[in-house]
Design a protein around this ligand. Structure first.
Ligand code: NAP
Length: 250
């Protein structure tokens, strides 16, 4: 089988970097996309040193032209992408009465508009290939979370977006699924700890105590789930939201 080409957004660090490395280890060539191509160097190096294939792509997923140029660049270098992981994300947490329009627009812009623009740009290659995999990063915050009206709306939106993709693209051999992580130890959760003035180790311990498996998640936990959803054998799994949170969610 010809080598598959994937693109992972927000792959300079955190969950995206782990997903990019895992897909490369699975044998895919990977476009490592982040705001600044230079910031993708560590992820690209980790992949190539392990014998995989990767290129760095600089793009702001919320900007139409930027997305189109990056996807075209990837198609011209590694080949037509048929796997897309919409992972890029930001937080602008605040209680509703203090949330600015910019906090709202920025979060919706990166998560939802970003996933829309990336998917629209990549789907044509999937449809042409009559095969594709879309994996969208949702969150347990989709169920509602204090201080995250913008983020929880975006992450719930990712679930509706995912299901619609599954309906529209299924006949072209394309599956679309969402992963909804719970607490994963990354710069994002470290920033939240810093914002509320709690040491990150203590923050993780407190979170772990509330999680049935008694630990916080790692980027590798999410990469493992993404690897399954992208695999050839997962072609009958579509339109699903998989909560990867160390226990059930309500
Ligand atoms: P992270 O460590 O903050 O990494 C996010 C990455 O996205 C960064 O490299 C960032 O680039 C990039 N990014 C931000 N805005 C972008 C844009 N407009 N265009 C392109 N790239 C952009 O976050 P993470 O914890 O790995 O989270 C990854 C995804 O999982 C996010 O969608 C997040 O909402 C979701 N998630 C995380 C958790 C968790 O507990 N960590 C839980 C549930 C869901 P810069 O470095 O340049 O800012």
């Amino acid at each position: 089988m010809a080598e598959r080409v994937a693109v992972v957004s927000g792959a300079a660090r955190g969950i995206g970097a782990a997903v990019a490395q895992r897909l490369a280890a699975d044998g895919l060539a990977v476009g490592v996309l982040d705001l600044d191509a230079a910031h993708c160097a560590d992820t690209v190096r980790a992949i190539t040193e392990a014998g995989g294939k990767a290129v760095a792509l600089g793009a702001d997923v919320s900007k139409e032209d930027s997305v189109a140029a990056a996807v075209e660049e990837l198609a011209g270098s590694l080949g037509a992408p048929t796997v897309l992981v919409n992972n890029a994300g930001i937080l602008r947490d605040n209680l509703l009465f203090k949330m600015s329009v910019d906090d709202w627009d920025s979060v919706l812009g990166v998560h939802l508009r970003g996933a829309f623009l990336m998917t629209r740009a990549v789907q044509k290659y999937m449809v042409e290939a009559k095969w594709g995999r879309v994996v969208n990063l949702s969150s347990t915050s989709a169920l509602g979370n204090r201080g995250q009206a913008n983020y929880s709306a975006a992450k719930a939106g990712m679930q509706g977006f995912t299901k619609t993709l599954a309906f529209e693209l299924g006949k072209f051999g394309v599956t679309a699924n969402a992963i909804a992580p719970g607490f994963i130890a990354t710069d994002m959760t470290a920033a939240t700890a810093a914002r509320v003035g709690v040491d990150f180790e203590d923050f993780q311990k407190a979170a772990a105590a509330q999680i049935p498996v008694q630990r916080v998640g790692t980027p590798a936990d999410i990469a493992h789930t993404a690897s399954f959803l992208v695999s050839e054998g997962a072609g009958f799994v579509s339109g699903q939201v998989i909560y990867v949170a160390g226990g059930p969610t309500n």
